[in-house]
Design a protein around this ligand. Structure first.
Ligand SMILES: [Zn+2]
Length: 307
């Protein structure tokens, strides 16, 4: 049973077990955990088992880069015992939100301990520099990093609920073993495809870690953040590359506007191969309702297009 609850109206009802006002009394004494976005909420709920109430700020198909927290988010953080964040600049709004909320709980940075990849230099970064850190924040797009995430989450949960530490560690290890198995299979599957075919176009630069781990090259319309709009010149360059045959497939993303991908597709004659889940899960009845399902879905779509 899914233990993720929604704190935002934008969450689809199928994911919402309890609203904040109607948590059953049996759950009232469980620690309250807030995860910043859907992928972390899933990992946290799976590691916590029955021992925490997990809420999320940015829900399924939501875009954390351009998220604007509201009063409900602030209220959820104010009473949270644990906050699970990605770090690496993925949540540029988080520091201000947790200050405004008076958050007094424990903070877990799920990406702590991974080897960060540098962010691609973005020549049209906006003046405020929002979301354009030194590192690429999408570390969860490598299953080796996912294993670090669940270990960090287990440690964070143990810090607020030491009595269940062994259970959190066991849940994290079980998940990590599944991730390791899938990781090995994907490395073999992508490795069997000729290198010159492994080049795709996506909406934004969210697959740097995936590329690094599985040897698929991604060209992106947007930079590392979805905030900056591409120039006509950048778009023209991508269309020219697609026409020249150096792109095998084009993919839309679940949380980003698909119009530009459609434009490159129309101009180059390369079909949009499907939809990749970049920075968010799907709704519970979609193809990527949890982290491992997201990976299986994305890899399946890419392998179908590249083979
Ligand atoms: Zn992103």
């Amino acid at each position: 049973m899914r233990r993720v609850i929604g704190v935002l109206g934008v969450l689809l009802p199928s994911l919402v077990l309890f609203t904040l006002g109607s948590v059953p009394s049996a759950a009232a004494d469980k620690p309250k955990v807030v995860a910043t976005f859907s992928i972390l909420a899933d990992l946290t709920a799976q590691v916590a088992g029955d021992h925490a109430i997990v809420a999320m700020l940015v829900g399924p198909d939501g875009d954390a880069h351009v998220f604007e927290p509201g009063p409900k988010d602030s209220a959820a953080l104010a009473e949270a015992d644990l906050l699970v964040a990605n770090g690496l600049g993925f949540e540029p709004w988080l520091e201000r939100l947790s200050e405004a909320a008076g958050f007094k709980g424990t903070l877990v940075i799920a990406s702590e301990g991974i080897t960060p990849l540098p962010a691609e230099q973005d020549e049209h970064a906006d003046e405020a520099g929002h979301g354009h850190g030194a590192f690429d924040p999408h570390a969860f797009q490598d299953l080796a990093n996912g294993q670090v995430y669940v270990a960090n989450i287990a440690k964070g949960l143990a810090a607020i609920d030491p009595a269940h530490a062994a259970e959190f560690a066991a849940n994290a290890q079980r998940l990590a073993a599944e991730m390791a198995e899938l990781d090995a299979r994907l490395k073999a599957d992508f490795g069997a495809i000729p290198a010159e075919r492994r080049r795709v176009l996506t909406s934004h630069d969210a697959f740097g870690y995936f590329s690094h781990a599985y040897g698929v090259e991604f060209l992106a319309i947007h930079g590392v953040s979805t905030e900056a709009e591409p120039s006509a010149q950048d778009l023209g360059k991508l269309i020219a590359q697609a026409r020249a045959g150096s792109i095998t497939a084009i993919f839309a993303e679940n949380m980003a506007n698909a119009n530009l991908a459609e434009t490159v597709s129309a101009e180059s004659g390369i079909r949009v191969g499907g939809r990749l889940y970049a920075d968010a899960l799907s709704a519970a009845d979609g193809p990527a309702p949890d982290y491992l399902a997201l990976f299986r879905h994305n890899a399946g779509q890419l392998l179908d297009a590249l083979r």
